[in-house]
Design a protein around this ligand. Structure first.
Ligand SMILES: *Cc1c(COP(=O)(O)O)cnc(C)c1O
Length: 465
């Protein structure tokens, strides 16, 4: 393909992108294909001769598109959002075009310097202390793994990387039973082990960890000869939006000299709104590490996960490695690949720059506040439906409910709703029961889209009951 042909297709694809987004409401949110439908239409083996781009793009429309679930659909109420606001998509097109590998300052100074400034813009927007720095990672899972490895190294006097973990006893990590599975997996791969991840029960309106129980668990572990290494708190757990009360957790960490990490992957975005910041993030400045995903609720196209660090030194002592071929000469520079596990890195800061400039913080805040308001309105409407119960009250823009009937009926309603296609929801569990989760957060959703869910739920429930 030459660049003139590229330009022709590039223009066509831009037009296609705009048309796609303008007609999203007419498509079923979740793909309506059966298992194997797409694979059956793809050739078993690669072509020997090159094919024309119009044939390839024609097949993309014909074969691939029916098998896509539309995450940018305004009636996507499942999981958490993975928003891609249009200015962030444009930035990604530019990043893809230049295709720089931004592992070191010198491999693209603009990417490194922009990253530092964007992390600082977000730090200010979220009211975090001036000395906090940070890095943009691909995912919260990677940021959490970095933090847990740091806990491990700090607790072993930075000897784990060198010597391995044999003979180092049981390193222990503490959290509530509402944490995301990425915390479990980070403990697996960090060599800490699932059995050394201590999950404590939650209580109260926001399903928070009990700091006294946390302290007691740590002290009992010390008495048993284990080595406490760190505490993980959450703001906005994935299941039902659980939020820990931060101050008491930090007090325990301070008394016990433990490293702390806060998982705010989803709800961190809301902290740019002073009303939520004041309500949920008192004392947050005490955390050693905080992760939040601008690629979820905020609107920066996937992938983009910001990890803030009170002091980057412990993480650098854990992850930095500098073979000769990565050494740079001249002035002291920041090489962000030393802060993370992967060496290679995309230019992720550009889409934040485009996003924040195009909407301004106030444009982004307005969406988040609207989502929270609409979530509470739709929650009240479902509460008033005959036989329907709200199981967990809205925390930010997430709540859960049950229709009349047993667990099988809840799953039947979820499946029927998603087969219907006008909305998309997913199930969860709480208190030993199946629940139907509902979150509002798609970037272009309107109050009308959100309230339409009430009629769809009533309609589909009537049909299957
Ligand atoms: C989505 C989510 C994660 C995982 O995020 P990735 O970026 O996909 O790794 C972790 N924690 C919470 C609370 C989440 O909502």
């Amino acid at each position: 393909m030459d660049w003139d042909e590229f330009a022709v297709w590039g223009e066509k694809i831009s037009q296609w992108a705009a048309d796609y987004h303008k007609t999203l409401r007419d498509r079923p949110v979740r793909a309506q294909t059966a298992l194997g439908d797409i694979a059956a239409q793809l050739p078993d083996s690669p072509p020997e001769a090159g094919e024309a781009m119009d044939a390839i793009i024609g097949d993309f429309e014909r074969i691939v598109m029916p098998g896509m679930t539309h995450w940018q659909h305004p009636r996507f109420f499942a999981y958490f959002p993975a928003n891609a606001a249009p200015p962030s998509m444009l930035a990604e097109m530019l990043v893809t075009t230049i295709a720089a590998q931004c592992m070191l300052w010198q491999t693209s100074p603009a990417a490194t310097e922009m990253e530092g400034i964007m992390v600082d813009w977000l730090r200010q927007a979220m009211g975090l202390p001036e000395q906090m720095t940070g890095v943009i990672q691909d995912s919260a899972s990677s940021a959490t793994l970095s933090a847990i490895l740091t806990m491990r190294e700090r607790a072993t006097g930075y000897s784990g990387n060198r010597e391995g973990l044999a003979g180092k006893g049981n390193l222990r990590i503490y959290c509530s039973d509402q944490v995301h599975s990425s915390i479990d997996r980070a403990c697996w791969v960090a060599g800490i082990g699932q059995d050394n991840l201590v999950k404590l029960p939650t209580s109260g309106p926001r399903h928070s960890i009990d700091a006294d129980a946390l302290r007691a668990a740590i002290q009992a572990d010390r008495a048993a000869g284990h080595s406490p290494a760190g505490i993980i708190a959450i703001t906005g757990g994935t299941g039902i939006g659980a939020c820990d009360v931060l101050g008491p957790v930090l007090k325990v960490a301070e008394d016990e000299d433990l490293y702390t990490h806060l998982d705010a992957a989803w709800a961190g975005a809301a902290m740019i709104c002073p009303v939520f910041r004041a309500d949920f993030w008192a004392d947050v400045e005490g955390f050693d590490s905080i992760v939040f995903n601008p690629h979820k609720w905020l609107g920066a196209q996937f992938d983009c996960s910001v990890q803030f660090l009170k002091d980057a030194t412990p993480q650098l002592n854990t992850l930095k490695i500098e073979p000769e071929y990565l050494k740079t000469t001249g002035a002291e520079v920041t090489n962000y690949s030393e802060w993370t596990i992967p060496l290679g890195r995309r230019f992720r800061a550009l889409k934040l720059w485009f996003l924040i400039r195009a909407y301004g913080l106030e444009g982004l805040r307005m969406r988040l506040r609207n989502h929270v308001t609409w979530a509470s309105e739709v929650c009240e409407a479902i509460r008033s439906m005959d036989g329907f119960d709200i199981v967990t009250e809205p925390i930010f823009s997430l709540f859960s409910f049950r229709c009349p009937g047993d667990d099988a009926m809840q799953q039947a309603l979820v499946d029927a709703l998603n087969d219907d296609g006008r909305i998309y929801v997913t199930q969860g569990s709480f208190g030993g029961q199946k629940i139907i989760r509902f979150q509002v957060g798609q970037f272009e959703t309107t109050r009308e889209d959100v309230m339409m869910a009430v009629d769809v739920i009533a309609d589909v429930y009537r049909r299957i009951s």
